[in-house]
Design a protein around this ligand. Sequence first.
Ligand code: NDP
Length: 241
Amino acid sequence: MSRVAIVTGGTRGIGRAICERLRDERGFTIIANYAGNDEAARRFTEETGIATARFDVGDHDAVVGACKAIEAEHGAIDVVVNNAGITRDGTLLKMSYEDWDAVMRTNLGGCFNTAKATFAGMKERGWGRIVNIGSINGQAGQYGQVNYAAAKSGIHGFTKALAQEGARFGITVNAIAPGYIDTDMVAAVPEPVLEKIVAKIPVGRLGKAGEIARGVSFLCSEHAEFVTGSTMSINGGQHMY
Ligand code: NDP
């Protein structure tokens, strides 16, 4: 029987690449979550044949309800990839509380919500994989992103703490910190700013969504059972530590 995996924000960008790789390489049954872009979700299912579930990862009750419904329809959730993320950039003095809150709720709160909804079941079955998508900007900070950098940095702390809680129960919890990846999120960065960013990447180009997906697939595999609490940096050498 194939394991059931949910990938939040799975219908576009990095999430989509993760869904396809986990299905093709691991043979998982994938449920791709999304927030509200029904047209992108419809196209995603049409092109991949993968099922979707619309809910806001920042809404605790919605996540718990959706996970119950997914388990009733597809079976127990053994794998969670917390990939949904948003940006609401601005320097501190220009950032509203709403922009702070939206990013914390979605990017960091989403990880708590999905883990709360699925961790007990993984513990009971003695096997689980949780992979949280952090960011280079959570490791190094970034001008104009106090909300995003704080949420992503929080993901790295959340990962290390939960890894300790899961370790004895066959549950691994890891993070991936992508550098700049060629997706809609990065397409929103103004061209002159992007040129400066690429100039700082030793490999000399943006990353590809598939390169993040390969890392996720490894961390979700049976071979990665001794890897937990780690952060895999996939950033073309932009940030090394
Ligand atoms: P995209 O903006 O391309 O896609 C975002 C996905 O997340 C969409 O499926 C979107 O759904 C979904 N989503 C957004 N908010 C919510 C929510 N509240 N509830 C459920 N789903 C939601 O993002 P990327 O592929 O670029 O990024 C994926 C992850 O990787 C993010 O966590 C991002 O922070 C991280 N990252 C990205 C980098 C990059 O260079 N692109 C670099 C480092 C980290 P919908 O289509 O309905 O809006």
